[in-house]
Design a protein around this ligand. Structure first.
Ligand code: ZN
Ligand code: ZN
Length: 415
């Protein structure tokens, strides 16, 4: 049973408008936001929480996080015990929630089992929107084999992030396999990547026919396709084929921006992962070949973000961190905040992210009828995003579906 809570004297962060509305009361009942206004009365039995001087905001949404990636050596993940990977994921998901991420989209790795365990309350973590295994062509970004190995074990039980499939029939089947498990989206590798041993960043992957087949299968299930891609060439062929969200997009150009706008598609930059891979990738298991590829996308990423932002592209928050580097999940705020207005950065992790997930009005905003996923922070994140990036100091309360998951309202300062 979730309790009834009335927040009083709150400065409510309106993520859509990008402004703080002072003196508000917010009533939470039955796991959702029941009412918002200056004069609400506390119903009988309600717990009243005074938020004078504090900000009440929607829980954060990370649209690109790999809960299973406990190491940056992704190729080795398939050899781990699924039980081990799941338990490590449980630990990481709890930490994500306590950073303020009440929702996470996992584009590769997380499956229906983790989602079920979260729904049943077996483990604590963000609401999980999973894609199952990402679809990769042979030799593509999801094919972790070294050059000398011809055999690949593709089994549902191998806890790696991808499955390898080729040909229109093969990719259709792979998409259907993910969708039958309840995947919220299908992830497809449209170009080479950093953490894959044998492909080039500037390659395109899958034929147009294969991409179209994946989009067709996914749309038939009323789901959408998320595509990993860096270059304008790879991004553009994905967008033209109906891919709805582009992951990374570090090397896009003006022609890509036009396609994003034309298709009302979403860009999910993940700048923090390249920064951290450069700084500490080696110690977290990132192979040398991947370290060598990283600078190609690191420098271009900020320019891509600015280009997309200026044009009004839908932009979502993504971290994409691997292994022990995931502790920097909030640092994407810092990186983006250096070039974009804080209100826009916050929008990417709330209201725009909710739209990508198909949860507009349910997540990412404080509105009657929305799920009660809420954070209480000290200070005004619109003035200073650092309010969000140091949860130890500033995050006072985490509520998810009306349940209080972390409560440090009573104690001033660190505890
Ligand atoms: Zn990727
Ligand atoms: Zn990723």
């Amino acid at each position: 049973m979730t309790e009834t809570v009335l927040f009083t004297d709150a400065a409510v962060l309106d993520t859509a408008a990008g402004e703080l509305v002072p003196g508000q009361r917010v009533l939470v009942r039955g796991g959702t936001i029941d009412a918002v206004g200056p004069d609400l009365e506390a119903p009988g039995g309600a717990r009243v929480l005074d938020l004078a001087g504090k900000t009440l905001m929607p829980g954060l949404i990370d649209c690109h996080a790999h809960v299973n990636a406990h190491t940056a050596n992704l190729a080795g993940l398939a050899d781990d015990s699924p039980a081990y990977v799941a338990l490590k994921a449980a630990k990481e998901m709890r930490e994500m929630l306590h950073r303020g991420f009440t929702t996470v989209r996992d584009p590769g790795g997380a499956d229906f089992g983790l989602r079920e365990a979260l729904d049943e309350g077996v483990v604590e973590g963000p609401r999980l929107y999973f894609g199952g295994k990402a679809l990769s062509q042979t030799g593509g970004h999801g094919d972790g084999r070294p050059r000398g190995r011809s055999v690949r074990e593709d089994h549902q039980c191998c806890p790696d992030l991808s499955t390898v499939c080729d040909g229109v029939d093969g990719v259709r089947r792979a998409a259907r396999e993910q969708l039958r498990t309840g995947a919220h989206h299908v992830k497809v590798m449209l170009s080479g990547g950093v953490a894959s041993p044998t492909d080039r960043i500037d390659s395109t992957q899958f034929s147009l026919e294969e991409i179209r087949a994946i989009v067709e299968e996914t749309e038939a299930a009323n789901r959408y396709v998320a595509g990993h891609a860096y270059t304008a060439r790879a991004v553009n062929r994905g967008l033209a084929a109906g891919v709805r969200s582009i992951e990374h997009g570090n090397l896009i150009d003006e022609s890509s921006v036009e396609l994003f706008l034309e298709h009302d598609a979403f860009l999910v930059p993940t700048l923090v992962t390249y920064e951290r891979m450069a700084a500490e990738g080696a110690e977290h298991g990132l192979p040398a070949a991947s370290l060598a590829k990283n600078p190609i996308v690191l420098e271009a990423g900020l320019r891509a973000l600015e280009l997309a932002h200026r044009a009004g592209v839908n932009i979502c928050y993504g971290s994409d961190l691997l292994g022990g580097m995931r502790r920097h999940q909030l640092q994407e705020f810092t990186i983006r905040g250096a070039v974009l207005p804080a209100a826009d950065v916050i929008r990417s992790a709330t209201v725009t992210a909710a739209r990508l997930l198909g949860e507009a009005g349910r997540l990412g905003q404080i509105l009657p009828g929305a799920l009660a996923d809420l954070l209480v922070v000290d200070g005004d994140p619109l003035r200073d995003l650092a309010v969000l990036t140091d949860p130890e100091a500033n995050l006072r309360l985490v509520m998810q579906g009306g349940d209080v998951k972390a409560d440090r309202l009573g104690s001033p300062g660190r505890d």
